[in-house]
Design a protein around this ligand. Sequence first.
Ligand SMILES: [Zn+2]
Length: 148
Amino acid sequence: MTPALIQKTLERYEKQIVTAPVEHAIIITRTGEIYHCNGDLHGIPKRYFEKMQLESSHITHNHPPLALENEHTFSDDDFKLLTDFKLARLRGVDEKFIYELNRNAQDNALAKYNLTEIYSLGLDFEDYHYTIMLKALIEGVGYWRRER
Ligand SMILES: [Zn+2]
């Protein structure tokens, strides 16, 4: 699969799952196979992923609007999915935002700052979006979020 086709495929599925009442994940493996799995309001059991070859795969998923833990960004478990399974990319969609973790460390709004500068930016780390941004920076992965 070409990068353009992977992108198109992810976006097509994201349109279908964004308003779903439970979590769905679409997985495109390194060899171009496409899988769909779903969980409940709070997530998808990790055992689904443990059976699969996920290294270098692209995954997208939704955060249902009624999930109280939806912080309009990735959860700690999402972040672990990217790092533990060595994904190429993890995307998330909810009713307001789309967000992505990827392997381009420069694709992070904080990448141009050093730690002292970041401290002086006065970011509100109560907002989990900034926590994930900082986590991504520390792990050397890209992270962005934009309104849908
Ligand atoms: Zn998630």
